[in-house]
Ligand binder design. Sequence first.
Ligand SMILES: [Zn+2]
Length: 68
Amino acid sequence: MKDMHCRDVGMNCDFVARGSTEQEIMDQAGRHAQQAHNMTVTPELADKVKGLIHDESSDAHRQSMARR
Ligand SMILES: [Zn+2]
């Protein structure tokens, strides 16, 4: 599984989008951004979010968890 931590985008938020594909995560993150943060996902934001998707077994994930 892969995931993306909203906190990594720069928000003070514990939301984590999880999925087996980048597209699943982007769908969840897009809905969350609109509902929770009243944000529109621009192409720039989508690029940033895509760059923050990581595997749950990766070092990047452990760092995201440690930041809580
Ligand atoms: Zn959030």
